[in-house]
Design a protein around this ligand. Structure first.
Ligand code: PGA
Length: 315
């Protein structure tokens, strides 16, 4: 004989509905009318549910139908099950409410290489959500956070002075890149071997620059900064043209090669420098002191569920 739980799990929604109506209306005839089925149908459903429970759920006293003790317990359970579906219905309404939602995301410039790949499946699953993506360097994204301009931000170094919640969702190794024909390419190096090298840095206000400077300061290395450039693309072009070395996010360079081939034009290699890659993470960031929009909540859970990896993104 299957256990009570196993038998209850076979109770169908129709049987439960027949029971719930009958218990509430205290009449099989009225329950049948309410459910638009015949009276024998309701009687069969009630018999099956009583069989599952293993004892009668109703008794007739005089001409009145009453719940037995087991019937009362079943009525509570049926109400709970109905409540559970109603809560689910509310949640679904919220989900569909997204159809008219707007999601404003600010991403630091380096995140532009993968944020569109994260947004793609989300946008496809929520066609009614208008997504506004702003791409700025770290300083400007922090400024927007201060003024609560966005629902969510993507960055690696959130500011300490704001009340923020963060969710780390992807690792962000920062690597040293050089032109593919660099004489030190392929060799194991310490930073001190690169003391005379020319370094190309991102502009002040860039998070990549900040992370590189923090690392250099921690290990007591003073780079010779030959140039500041305002974007990752400008850095990559300048490095591949042999103007110097740079620290960039591995996600910003799709085109790093292991074995340079001169026939393929300017290329980049990753130098094997001890202490690198600098291990950082990409964080989804939002203001803890501001209400979160339904669209933003949905995006956070989407990211929690999808757990993106570097391999799953374009670069
Ligand atoms: P950025 O991005 O260098 O493009 O500002 C890095 C960051 O702030 O996370």
């Amino acid at each position: 004989m299957p256990t009570l739980l196993k038998r209850l799990q076979r109770v169908t929604p129709q049987q439960l509905r027949a029971f719930e109506s009958t218990a509430r209306l205290r009449s099989v005839t009225r329950a049948a009318q309410e459910l638009h089925v015949s009276q024998p149908t309701v009687s069969i459903q009630l018999r099956e549910i009583a069989l599952a429970v293993g004892e009668p759920l109703f008794e007739t006293v005089g001409r009145q139908l009453r719940l037995t003790q087991a019937g009362e317990a079943m009525q509570d359970a049926a109400n709970e099950i109905t409540g559970c579906w109603q809560r689910f219905e509310t949640r679904m309404a919220e989900v569909h409410g997204l159809l008219r939602g707007r999601l404003r995301i600010a991403a630091v410039t380096t995140a532009e290489y993968f944020v569109p790949d994260l947004l793609g499946p989300f946008a496809a699953a929520h066609p009614g959500v208008d997504i506004e993506l702003t791409v700025e360097n770290r300083d400007r994204v922090v400024d927007r956070l201060q003024r609560s301009r966005d629902d969510l931000s993507v960055m690696m170094l959130p500011p300490d002075e704001l009340p923020l919640d963060t969710f780390p969702f992807l690792d962000n190794p920062l690597v040293v890149i050089a032109a593919a024909d660099h004489p030190l390419a392929g060799k194991r190096l310490t930073l001190s071997r690169l003391a005379k090298a020319r370094w190309l840095m991102r502009e002040p206000g860039s998070g990549t620059r900040m992370a590189a400077e923090q690392h250099f300061a921690r290990v007591g290395f003073e780079p010779h900064i030959a140039m500041s450039l305002g974007s990752n693309e400008a850095i990559k072009h300048a490095v591949s043209a042999g103007l110097g070395l740079a620290v960039v996010s591995r996600l910003a360079v799709a085109d790093i090669v292991d074995t340079p081939s001169p026939a393929r034009g300017p290329q980049l290699v990753q130098l094997k420098v001890s202490g690198f890659p600098i291990r950082r993470q990409w964080l989804l960031v939002w203001r803890r002191d501001q209400p979160m929009s339904a669209a933003a909540k949905r995006f956070v859970s989407y990211l929690r569920e999808s757990r993106p990896s570097r391999a799953s993104l374009a670069h």
